[in-house]
Design a protein around this ligand. Structure first.
Ligand code: HEC
Ligand code: HEC
Length: 244
């Protein structure tokens, strides 16, 4: 327990350095302190050489399984900003469409803050990928019941995802992103990237340590459950972070 607390405070410190000012003092459930209307304009129209975000992430910001893009709306502000900063500094490489590093660099630090603020505040009712449709398209999908046990209980080798990401993966800001109702193909691609180390921007290697122990089946099962799960859990009606 003591070790865990020390770990947590080290991570809070690490995340705090990214958004040290008003956003952090507004509390860990910060929705961002940027300019929402500038963020919206960038999201819908792009800026300079940076294309409109909605061309890949969808008009409602709920991502696209065919392109492998993530849902962005309702994700925590601090996490979104961290990802944009990590792309801008090549700490995280987009090896799916090879665009996000240039997109992040093409925005000013304030633009990145503004678009992260806009997205963290925008809600939609997306309830996850359509697993039947993905299966019909020949994509390997997992078993939700096995995935549920990994997410909620874990296994002798794997910590339960909920121990960091909250019940059903609904997020524990500022560090742990919402993975509930995220796009199936994106969840699978990121877990594989953490597993092979091609994504290495996780603080203290936490996600890589988990993903290294996951088989392909574990990844498909966890992703199948997470994309379709409900945010409320019987017996745990308090949602730490409401995202839609
Ligand atoms: C040409 C397509 C494309 C455009 C345009 C685009 N993105 Fe992306 N974006 C992607 C892809 C693909 C990924 C996933 C990268 C990976 O696999 O690591 C991504 C990932 C992200 C992530 C990481 C989310 C997470 O959960 O970790 C953020 C944040 C993001 N994009 C924001 C934006 C913003 C803001 C814009 C507009 C300025 C934008 N994107 C424009 C394709 C695009
Ligand atoms: C010890 C804590 C911890 C545990 C347990 C954990 N994660 Fe994570 N996870 C993280 C952190 C920290 C990040 C954010 C990395 C970053 O800053 O980019 C993350 C990020 C992710 C992402 C990328 C989200 C995005 O939008 O880019 C996925 C997917 C993910 N985790 C899935 C899982 C799954 C599935 C499990 C259970 C098998 C799990 N995690 C267990 C700490 C954890």
């Amino acid at each position: 327990m003591r070790r865990y607390l020390i770990l947590m405070s080290a991570m809070v410190f690490a995340a705090g350095t990214l958004a040290p000012t008003a956003a952090m003092s507004a509390g860990q459930y910060s929705k961002g302190d940027g300019n929402v209307s500038n963020g919206k304009t960038i999201y819908e129209q792009g800026k300079g050489d940076v294309p409109a975000c909605n061309s890949c992430h969808g008009v409602d910001g709920d991502g696209d399984d065919n392109m492998g893009t993530p849902r962005l709306t309702g994700q925590g502000f601090t996490f979104l900003l961290k990802q944009l900063e990590d792309f801008a500094t090549d700490k995280r490489m987009d090896e799916t469409m090879f665009v996000m590093n240039a997109n992040a660099k093409g925005m000013s630090p304030q633009d990145r803050r503004d678009v992260a603020t806009y997205l963290s505040q925008k809600r939609n009712s997306f309830a996850g990928s359509d697993l039947k449709e993905l299966t019909a398209n020949g994509i390997a999908t997992g078993k939700t019941n096995f995935g549920k046990s990994l997410v909620e209980i874990g296994s002798p080798e794997l910590s339960a995802c909920k121990s960091c990401h909250g019940y059903a993966g609904r997020g524990a800001p500022p560090i742990y992103p919402v993975i509930l109702n995220q796009r199936y193909t994106y969840l699978v691609s990121q877990l594989k990237k953490f597993r092979d180390g091609s994504r290495a921007n996780d603080v203290m290697g936490q996600m890589r340590a988990i993903a290294r122990k996951m088989s392909d089946d574990d990844i498909h099962n966890a992703a199948a459950y997470l994309t379709t799960a409900k945010s409320s859990t019987p017996g745990n009606i308090h949602t730490p972070y409401t995202f839609h």
